[in-house]
Every structure is written in structure tokens, then in C-alpha cells.
Design a protein around this ligand. Sequence first.
Ligand SMILES: [Zn+2]
Length: 315
Amino acid sequence: MRFQQTIGKAISVSGVGLHSGERAELTIHPAPPSTGLVFHKVTSGVLEACPATIQCLHPTDLCTALSFNAFQIQTVEHLLSALSGLEIDNASLELAGNEIPALDGSSAPFVKLLQEAGIIEQTIPRTYLKIVHPISVERGNKSLTVYPAPLQKISYSIEYDHPLIQSQTYVHHSSPTEFQRNIASARTFAFKEEVEGLWSRGLGMGGSLENTLVFSDTELLNETGLRYTDECVRHKILDLIGDLALLGVPVIGHFIADRAGHQLHAELVTAINANPDSWILINTDVEGNTTDSLVPDQDSKRSTAPEAHHVYSSF
Ligand SMILES: [Zn+2]
């Protein structure tokens, strides 16, 4: 049996949002079992809550955003990826501002903060969503499918007509250790002409070489170079992990992504939520292997997305 987790104490970080360019402060608080990940902020003098679930998803092509009534929050995916990657189930995410700080464009600064806060086991078992029938979404030559598998695994492929990226494939066997070692530090990326187009639309205003890998036609503009030779595909996996957090429970299955992105991630999350016959909810046994002994009956199945969210994809 695995138990839910939260953090040991509140932690804060501030910085500029990637798209808005506005400064914001985020404080992550511990939360009781079965709370989930819930954003809070004061809007017009009232403290409002917005759970990080699919119902609050606001699809865009650039980042993952959430909205609930007057509550809007942008670029949540790198924070959610850090929480999900470290298997933190419950936290209150209090934001003063409208966009999560970009920091270095990866999940690594959030991981460092969460580790400093400490990860605390709680008293209620974790629930997992185990895929039992494949679910697939596609758009043109882009596709994303999740197949039944004993553990969570993500196989991601990208292809760009750029000499420094070209075809990249990475297979991630999900665990906190693998996430911290191989995924969390991968930064968001963009192309020089794309950045100029974003600026003209009022997006990417907080983007810089401090928080985004920027490729010209022939080279990487960041003097610090790449953290991994295949940093781009690893960042896509980071984004997918963050977007999958909107299901509210970890998924057991093998994800195979081909040229996907935030839009397709959001469509798969929506498709999983809409197809309860393709999965079951389970707990895990003491070895960490799944067992169906705790599978609830049909009536106890619930939507894993109690309220709505928005996903804006970042680069
Ligand atoms: Zn991203």
C-alpha cells in the first residue's frame, strides 16, 4: 500500500511569468489527505480556489492554463510536473499574480523547493487510475495513446526540421528518482522566429535566455548550452507529466507520444476522463505492484476531475 503525500512546511518563490512578463509570488502549503492540488488566490478581495483538474482546463496552443469563474491562472504545467514527479498528492498553491513564475524554464527550481520543505507521508492510501483499454487521440501526424501496462512509462518522440533537434526519442520509467535525474531540469524551448511572433501577440513577454532555450536557424542562442543533448524531448515529457496531473490521480499505463504537445495532452486527459470503461481505480500493494483487489465497483467510480481547469501549453 502506498500512502498519499504532502509537504512538511510552506515554501515561497517569486519570479516573472513566461507569457505575461508579470511578477508573481507562489507559496506552496501542506494540505490534508484527499485535498488534491488546489490553486488559491485573492480575486477582488475574495479568496478563491481552483482545483488543478481537467474541468478547469482552458486549452491553448502555448501553455497550460486554468480558469474557474473569475479565477484565471497561466502556465501551471512545470509546477504541476514537479509536484506529480515527486508524487506529492496534496498541496495548496497560493498565487499572488496570474501566472506561475517561469524561474529557469524547467521544473528543477520547484523540485529543489519541495525537497527543502520535505515530503511527508499521510494516512490515506494513494489511488491510481489503471488503464485497461487503450485510449488514443490524434491530429494529423501527431498522436498520443495510452496502453495498459504494469507501471507508468512514457515514450515520447519529436521531430523538428532543425539541425540541433531533428528526431529525438526518450523513454521515461516514471519514479521520483528518474524524474529528478532525467526530466526535471529540461527547459522549455522555442525558435527565434516563433519568439518574435509571440511577442507581437503579447505572449512570451517574460521569455528570455534565462528561462527558455532559443534556437536560431542554425544554432542555440543560449551560451550555457544544453543540459542534455535531447533536452527538448525530455521537456515534452516534463510537460506531459504536468498535464496528466489534471486527472487528479496518477495513471498506470504506457503513454506513447509522437509529435504531441499541450493541445494533444489536454485532449488525452479529457478522453481518459470521458471513458471510465477504459480504466479502473486501484490502490497498490506493499511491494508497490498494482493489485486489483481494491478495485471499486462501477458505482464507486468517479470523475477524476471534480472541477474545471485550463491548460495553456508552453513551448
Ligand atoms: Zn513546458
